[in-house]
Design a protein around this ligand. Structure first.
Ligand code: C5P
Length: 224
C-alpha cells in the first residue's frame, strides 16, 4: 500500500531539538520528509546542518518573495544544498516564477498560494478583494502558467485547485483538534488526504510534547 506522505516542520533554532525531531519521527508507516523554514535556516548552525543531511527528503521553506533577479540569485545561492523542494511566494509575480523555474534544476519549485494563517477577514485587511478560494485558484493558475512543480495551499482548497493543477499539492494547517495556534484554515490529517493532498506539512502537533507518541497518534488517526 502507498504510504501517506508528510513533511515534518523542523521549526527551532536548537540543533539538538532538530536532531530529536528527525530521530523520533522516523517510522516505517509513513513517508517522512523534513521541512526547514526561515527560523532554522537563519540560525547559526542551520545551513551547515542541512548540508550534511543524507538520504532524506529535504524541503527548504525559504518562501522567497522578491524581485525576479533577487529570487533567481537566492536559488543559485542555495544550490549547494541540493534540496528536493523549495518555496517561492506566487505573489512574487509571473516573471519571477518563470525565471526561477529556469534555474531551479532538479529542485522542485513550490509556489506558495495564500498562507494558512490567513482567512477572508485577513485578506480584506491587507487589501485583497478576492476571497480565499478565489485567490488560491487565481494563484494556482499562475503556478501552472509558470510550470511550477507543486503548490502550497490549505487542504480546504485542494479539491478546487486539483481540477486544473495536476502536480503535487502540499498542505499545512493540519490539526487533530480545534487547537489552532496561529493557523486559521485548519483541517485534520485524515480529511486533508481525503481532499486529495499529496503531502501534509505538520509541525507543532508532532514536535511539541512527546514526539514518538504524537507520531503514533497520527498513524492511529489515519488508520481509524
Ligand atoms: O506547527 P504548524 O503545523 O502550524 O507548522 C506549519 C508549518 O508550515 C510552519 O513551518 C509554517 O511556516 C509552514 N507553512 C504554513 N502555511 C503555509 C506555508 C507554510 O503554515 N501556507
Amino acid at each position: 500500500m502507498k504510504k501517506n506522505k508528510i513533511f515534518v516542520a523542523c521549526d527551532s533554532t536548537n540543533i539538538f531539538k532538530i536532531k530529536k525531531i528527525i530521530k523520533e519521527t522516523q517510522n516505517t508507516r509513513l513517508k517522512v520528509g523534513y521541512k526547514f523554514g526561515l527560523e532554522f535556516l537563519n540560525s547559526k548552525y542551520g545551513r551547515g546542518f542541512i548540508s550534511k543531511l543524507k538520504n532524506e527528503v529535504i524541503f527548504a521553506d525559504l518562501k522567497i518573495h522578491d524581485i525576479p533577479n533577487t529570487c533567481v540569485s537566492t536559488i543559485k545561492a542555495i544550490k549547494d544544498l541540493n534540496v528536493n523542494y523549495l518555496t517561492i511566494h506566487i505573489g512574487s509575480g509571473l516573471d519571477a516564477l518563470k525565471a526561477c523555474k529556469k534555474v531551479s534544476g532538479k529542485t522542485k519549485l513550490i509556489g506558495v498560494t495564500t498562507l494558512t494563517s490567513l482567512n477572508d477577514k485577513s485578506l480584506k485587511e491587507i487589501g485583497y478583494s478576492k476571497n480565499i478560494n478565489q485567490l488560491v485558484v487565481h494563484q494556482a493558475k499562475l503556478a501552472k502558467k509558470a510550470n511550477l512543480d507543486a503548490i502550497v495551499c490549505s487542504a480546504h482548497e485542494v479539491g478546487i485547485v486539483k481540477k486544473f493543477f495536476k502536480k503535487e499539492v502540499i498542505t499545512p494547517g493540519i490539526r487533530f483538534k480545534s487547537k489552532r495556534d496561529d493557523q486559521k484554515r485548519i483541517i485534520t490529517p485524515k480529511q486533508a488526504y481525503k481532499n486529495g493532498s499529496d503531502w501534509l506539512v505538520i509541525g507543532r502537533p508532532l514536535t511539541k510534547g512527546n514526539i514518538r507518541k504524537n507520531v503514533q497518534k497520527l498513524i492511529d488517526h489515519l488508520n481509524k
